[in-house]
Every structure is written in C-alpha cells, then in structure tokens.
Write a protein that binds this ligand. Sequence first.
Ligand SMILES: Nc1ncnc2c1ncn2[C@@H]1O[C@H](COP(=O)(O)OP(=O)(O)O)[C@@H](O)[C@H]1O
Ligand SMILES: [Mg+2]
Length: 253
Amino acid sequence: MRESVVEQTAPHIGLHQLRFQYGDGTLALQGISLTVNAGESVALVGPNGSGKSTLLMHLVGLLQGQGEIVVAGLPVVKTHLPEIRRRVGLVFQHPDDQLFLLRLYDDVAFGPRNQGLAPDDVHARVTEALARVRLDGYVDRVAHHLSTGEKKRAALATVLAMQPEILLLDEPSSNLDPRSRRDLQRILAELPVTKIIATHDMEFALALCNRAVILDAGQVVADGPCRALFADADLMERHGLEVPASLCAPACC
Ligand SMILES: Nc1ncnc2c1ncn2[C@@H]1O[C@H](COP(=O)(O)OP(=O)(O)O)[C@@H](O)[C@H]1O
Ligand SMILES: [Mg+2]
C-alpha cells in the first residue's frame, strides 16, 4: 500500500541545473531545475527561441547538456536511452519528422516492431493507437497525403503505440484549424499519462494543464497554476506572451 502511494507521487521527471549550448555558441538552456510528478500535465510556455524544444529533446536524450536529468526513474544517460525511449514519447512539432514510411500502418507499427513484439501484438498496438487518435481505418493511407490535422494525430499515434508513461508534445496545436485543434485537445485530455506540452497557445495550455512553467531565454521565469500565471498581464508581457482571451477582464481585450 505504502509503496503504491510513493510510486504515484514520486517525481516522474527531474531536472537539476540543466545547461546546454549549441555548436554555434547559442546558450539555449541556462540552468533549468524542474520537477514534474506522475500524472501531472504541465504547460511549458515561452516565446519563440526560449528553449522549449531544446528542453524536450534533452528528456529523451536527443541532446545532451550539462546537469542532471532523471526521467521515469532513470538518469538520462546513453545506457538508459532505449528504455527511456520506450517509456517516454516525444511528438515533434512537425509531423513530417515523425512519419516517414509509405503506409500509415507501418509508421505506427515501427516502434512496436523495433521493440520485438509479435505481429499480433503489433497489430493490436496499431489498432488501439489509431483508434485513440480517431484515425481508425486509415491503415493504408499514405502519411504525406493526410491533412495537417490528420498528420498531427498520426504522429501522436506513432508515439502512443509504444504505450508511453510520459508524453512530451512540442507545439501540438500549431498550424491546426479550430476543429482539428479542438479534436486534438479532446484526444489529449483523455490520455491518462504524465504530459509536458510545449506551446505558446495559451488557451490550449489552459484547457489541458493545471500547471505552467514559463521559460524565457533558457531560464525558468515562473512556475505555478496556469490560471494565476496567465492572468498576470505584466508577467505575460515581460516574457513575450499574452493573457488568453478567456482570462481577460471585459475591458482588456
Ligand atoms: N540547431 C540549432 N543550432 C543553433 N541554435 C539553435 C538550434 N536550435 C535552436 N537554437 C537556438 O536555441 C534557442 C532555443 O531554441 P528552441 O529550443 O528551438 O526554442 P523554442 O522551442 O522555445 O522556440 C534559440 O535561441 C534558438 O535560436
Ligand atoms: Mg520549439
């Protein structure tokens, strides 16, 4: 009993003093410390270039900076990367970076096959993942012929097929029309996993997350409840963001 309580409340993601400099000298992360508990949905918000994508890539070991990172109980070091990438799914901002095979079935099956699952299990994973993102029946479709909304959901399916316990989403709502954005929002709300959603779509963040971490120039400048942070007009303006319309007083928008 005690153990299961500990498990549910143990930090699922921990960063300590993470620093990262790109090859051209750009200091993208300047000492980020952060803890995310199991089951939390956290919005990672900040203006363009604040370091959101760079941070997400560190959580699955696609980039390696200085400092400590522990994800799903494992330090993010080379020897743990296969296990971490099985348990932590990163959905890239651009679906074309995630969909590269001809049939959608093969794109979604790619991870489970790589993991060595039997064909029946792979099939079950693909069917379930496509159903979750409302793309049942799309198995024979060619990914690059899909609409942007469908592509975004297909990219999410490739990650869900791995049954990750942590989901990292980079600008999931970018380039979506209102209906596709709403559909994606509903799909994400139904997923009972720990989530970090990098976005500057404040309404989307507000709808899906209770907590926000604001990044600016590679530093955490605020961490707290979405509603309180996003309603703070000075804070939003200082960091290149704006109060979402749903939190505006009638006179301010
Ligand atoms: N491949 C790269 N080479 C050099 N600098 C980069 C590269 N990718 C991103 N940057 C820089 O790192 C900083 C953080 O970028 P990024 O993580 O993409 O921010 P965000 O996702 O918040 O828009 C920015 O200054 C950006 O210009
Ligand atoms: Mg980005």
